[in-house]
Design a protein around this ligand. Structure first.
Ligand SMILES: [Zn+2]
Length: 325
């Protein structure tokens, strides 16, 4: 787990500031008095309706779902960004900062996913853990990001098994009394991750050899494409302010034409307008909306991470096989 002071580096395991973190009786009493005076203040009880469980905040919905599976009913897990939010260049609100200051642990993906995170936790006296630590990152091969790690490591369920290990460790430091439960939950969820990985690769193996290209808006599918043996092509490398230059669109059109790619895709958190241009110019079908940087709302198509992997592999397989998405 990292404290702000060592955010740049070492894994410094740490004495996580936890539910049981040392705090002098006087300081604790002062906090109680302060909170009696200010309704709405007060650590993990804030907005929890008397819920005394330690609060874990994640930077985005995918991590929150994985963390809930590891935490079970022992911790309260919430995401800072909401379903559908653009997560790379997110701008935290004062409410987010207030919420984070009252949390017991914050989880971020790392690998430069959350461009806003370093500044966000600066000045917060809350420990954070980088859940991608130990994952073998794939480098981005194009654009201004060339050589940098591709942050979307969760698009391989096997990487998420590493995320789970990191969460088990961080939660056990936060709440040592429930370490056994976190370990058991982690083990059970890792089995589900293996199952969904096997399901995904088996499904995508059905795509014919000459149609094994995954063309998307953002280059967020490198890990999935690697696992499933698909060639990955994208309009832009990482979601940023300046997206889809004419040259990038022209290149995508050229690839789709040359390889007679039957269907192309775009993701739920960005505009599909550039990909619609590719569709118009090439006659390829728009294969549908893929989920990567965010889950859907609870009543949408991908309320959980496992649903996300299933949904995407089903959509890709159907569209590349010429079926209806
Ligand atoms: Zn992304």
């Amino acid at each position: 787990m990292r404290r702000n002071s060592d955010a740049s580096g070492t894994s410094a395991a740490t004495s996580a500031k936890s539910a049981s973190r040392p705090r002098s009786v006087t300081a604790a009493a002062a906090v109680v008095i302060f909170c009696l005076a200010l309704v709405g203040c007060g650590g993990n009880t804030a907005g929890g309706g008397g819920d005394e469980r330690p609060v874990v905040l994640t930077t985005f919905t995918v991590l929150a779902d994985v963390a809930k599976n590891v935490a079970g009913d022992k911790l309260r897990v919430e995401s800072i960004t909401k379903a559908g939010a653009e997560i790379h260049g997110y701008e935290p609100t004062p409410g987010d900062i207030r919420k984070a200051s009252q949390a017991d642990l914050i989880l971020d993906n790392g690998l430069n996913l959350e461009a806003w995170f370093a500044q966000f936790v600066e000045g917060l006296d809350v420990p954070h853990a980088v859940v991608s630590e130990g994952v073998e990152a794939m480098p981005i091969s194009e654009d201004a990001y060339q050589g940098k790690p591709n942050p979307h490591a969760w698009m391989s369920p096997l990487n998420v098994q590493v995320y789970v290990d990191n969460m088990v460790k961080a939660f056990s430091e936060l709440d040592p009394g429930n370490a056994k439960a976190f370990e058991a939950n982690g083990k059970a969820y890792k089995a589900k991750l293996q199952a969904v990985q096997d399901e995904m690769t088996a499904k995508l193996a059905a795509v014919p050899k000459n149609q094994r290209a995954l063309v998307t808006c953002e280059g967020a599918f490198s890990y999935l494409a690697r696992d499933a043996g698909l060639q990955e092509v994208y309009i832009w490398a990482v979601n940023a302010e300046q997206q889809a230059t004419p040259q990038q669109i022209t290149e995508a059109i050229g690839f789709v034409r040359k390889n007679k790619v039957p269907a192309v895709f775009c993701e739920s958190t960005v505009s599909d307008a550039p990909m619609r241009q590719v569709v118009e110019a090439t006659g390829a079908k728009f294969g549908g909306v893929l989920y990567v940087d965010s889950l859907s709302e609870a009543d949408g198509p991908v309320p959980t991470y496992l649903d996300l992997i299933r949904h995407d592999s089903k959509l890709i397989t159907a569209a590349l096989n010429g079926g209806q998405p």
